[in-house]
Write a protein that binds this ligand. Structure first.
Ligand SMILES: Cc1cc2nc3c(=O)[nH]c(=O)nc-3n(C[C@H](O)[C@H](O)[C@H](O)COP(=O)(O)OP(=O)(O)OC[C@H]3O[C@@H](n4cnc5c(N)ncnc54)[C@H](O)[C@@H]3O)c2cc1C
Length: 575
């Protein structure tokens, strides 16, 4: 390559100046940059996921999960995830003639990704096509989907989670479930009869309290008769209503019998708009593709689900399932971060050596990989517990208790870990990791929301206490599960022994709850990894998480850990 110096430029004639300008503009060669991580099968290049799918009983779903992994890993669908977040939803309260419309407009890419998810039945498969392994297969699909576009996972989750609450009220179930189960996404704002498919949101939180929904001031009065499936009129407000273009919302309101749960559609039975007014959209830190709104209900039509005064009991199963989906969501965000990091460090050289070969970077990244391994193993086991619960056999009750406890423990721990995990992952990419067109800033902004909504961290810890107090058997079932992994790792065995002893005299839980729940979570993640049978992973996980603390940040794995092998297992190995 010839180099033009300033002296050459000064002495050149005009023709030569033209040529020199072209050469000068050719300032440098781009090298030592990683290739984009795209055009690969996100499922097939995820060894931990492939193993978990089979291990937990979803092996039959492999072709469908792999097909989705191929689509989501394409450059085209990755770009749709970016587009849906770059152009955030916009609220139009009125049309050009002044009619109230309460319309939220999304980028077309948002509808594309929603359409893909609904086509793959992420919103309903365990209910519309129940079979052993259905929850595990859905978990795997949701895990892949959320890595591309996490915001729209919110309405998908709410639609999935509403089904148990709806199906107990026969008239509502008959009208709504066929549309909810439909695999044709229909974003039009129209009465239910005119639509192919429907999505559902939830409206619980009010200004004066989100955790404490019993403080709700929104009121409901019966129009004629009262009881499940009857019509009520609702007056009040909701402070957070995500996906306000959903077709209906599970809504909490007070009757004279107490807090009750309603299905509140966007359209009234006579085909007119319901009295559901979107006041404004939240300007959120992350979760940008998803609209979250403030709503006023000015005599809105709704139908009662379950009994009056039993609103929390009716909606609680929906809440539990959304919490489980938060475990999937946070694990997915961490997986995407690890996929990006392992891909990057394999191609980036600093000071003459690839980062993937540099010991300190190996220690940090292997530690990040282990966090995903543990989170995924626990989440996949929770999915299987949901499947086992649905089998209605002699083990179902124990699996129901396990789900109950594991969801509270896992939601707290996994969602909390994600924020610091992704922050560390971002740093592994250096300055490029801080720039929007790497996906890391989007993952980082998304991470805290899973920890906040559907029961914030402390609320989850207190939920563990509530479960222990109301159904003490949850603790026995949890330890029974931990004991199935004994005998393969001495550190694990000792940890479980000590934890069990600690749980014979739990003290001051309301103050020390995080200490207890953290230990329960780490033990369950370790148990699932030990049972999965890959000692490379489980030994490193146990020695880094169950022994004496070696430091609070990632990158404190002990000497002798085979970091390179752990990283290689997680690396998508593309390009
Ligand atoms: C992006 C986004 C979308 C949302 N979408 C929806 C939606 O669609 N529908 C909906 O109904 N809600 C939605 N929410 C609301 C969300 O569920 C609530 O914000 C959440 O439940 C917390 O309620 P709050 O904001 O009132 O906080 P508070 O209830 O005031 O809690 C504040 C803090 O206090 C802690 N805390 C509470 N009680 C205790 C205690 N006893 N001891 C110790 N600490 C305690 C909590 O953990 C939390 O950290 C959304 C929130 C966000 C951020």
């Amino acid at each position: 390559m010839t180099t033009t110096t300033p002296a050459d430029y000064a002495t050149a004639d005009s023709n030569e100046i033209g040529a020199s300008r072209r050469i000068l503009s050719d300032t440098h060669e781009v090298f030592n940059q990683a290739t984009p991580l795209e055009n690969y099968n996100m499922f097939e290049r995820d060894q931990a996921l492939s193993e978990a799918l089979v291990r937990e009983g979803g092996g039959w779903g492999e072709p469908g999960v792999a097909a989705l992994g191929e689509t989501l890993g394409s450059a085209e669908w990755i770009e749709r995830g970016f587009q849906a977040n770059r152009s955030t939803p916009e609220l139009f309260t009125h049309d050009r003639f002044g009619h109230r419309v309460d319309h939220v407009e999304y980028h077309p890419a948002y509808h594309d990704v929603m359409g893909l998810a609904v086509e793959h039945n992420i919103h309903a498969s365990p209910w519309s096509d129940p079979k052993p392994g259905a929850h595990v297969v859905r978990m795997a699909k949701n895990y892949l989907y959320t890595q591309n576009e996490a915001g729209s996972a919110c309405p998908l989750t709410m639609t999935f989670a509403c089904v148990p609450a709806i199906r107990d009220t026969a008239s509502v179930a008959a009208a709504w479930l066929p549309k909810i189960f439909d695999q044709r996404y229909d974003p039009t704002n129209a009465p239910l009869e005119q639509k192919t498919g429907a999505t559902i949101g939830m409206a619980m939180t009010e200004k004066q309290g989100g955790t404490d929904v019993r403080a709700n001031t929104t009121t409901a009065v019966p129009v004629a008769g009262r009881g499940p499936g009857e019509a009520y009129e609702i007056i009040g407000h909701k402070w957070f209503v995500s996906a306000p273009m959903s077709d209906a919302f599970l809504t909490l309101a007070q009757t004279d019998q107490g807090l009750s749960c309603f299905l509140l559609p966007r359209w009234r039975p006579d085909g007119t708009r319901n009295e559901f007014y979107v006041q404004r959209l939240k300007d959120k830190m992350g979760n940008r593709s998803n609209a979250s709104s403030e709503v006023e209900l000015r005599g809105a039509h709704a139908v009662l689900l379950g009994e009056e005064g039993r609103g929390v009991a009716t909606i609680i199963e929906m809440v539990a399932l959304t919490r489980y989906d938060c475990m999937i969501g946070s694990t997915a965000l961490m997986r995407q971060a690890v996929a990006q990091v392992t891909h990057h460090i394999a191609q980036r050289s600093v000071m003459g050596a690839n980062l993937i070969d540099q010991p300190l970077m190996q220690n940090v990244v292997a530690d990040l990989c282990l966090e995903v391994e543990g989170a995924l193993a626990m989440t996949a086991r929770t999915a299987r517990a949901l499947d086992n619960e649905a089998l209605n056999n002699q083990d179902s009750e124990a699996e129901r208790l396990l789900t109950r406890f594991m969801t509270a423990v896992g939601k707290y721990w996994i969602c909390k870990r994600a924020t610091s995990h992704i922050g560390e992952a971002m740093e592994c990419l250096g300055g490029g990791g801080y720039v929007e067109d790497s996906i890391l800033p989007r993952l980082y902004r998304e991470a805290p929301v899973n920890s906040i909504w559907e029961g914030s961290g402390n609320v989850q810890v207190l939920d563990v206490l509530r479960a222990m107090t109301k159904t003490p058997d949850v603790v026995d079932v949890y330890f029974d599960e931990l004991e199935t992994a004994l005998g393969a790792n001495t550190m694990y065995d000792a940890y479980v022994g000590a934890l069990k002893a600690e749980f014979t005299h739990v003290e001051d839980f309301e103050y020390q709850g995080r200490h207890y729940v953290e230990r329960l979570a780490k033990a369950m993640q370790a148990a699932q990894l030990v049972k999965a049978g890959n000692a490379l992973v489980s030994d490193a996980f146990c020695s880094s998480r169950l022994g004496e603390s070696r430091g609070l940040n990632y990158g404190n794995l002990a000497s002798g850990t085979d970091c390179a092998a752990i990283i290689e297992r997680a690396r998508p190995n593309v390009g």
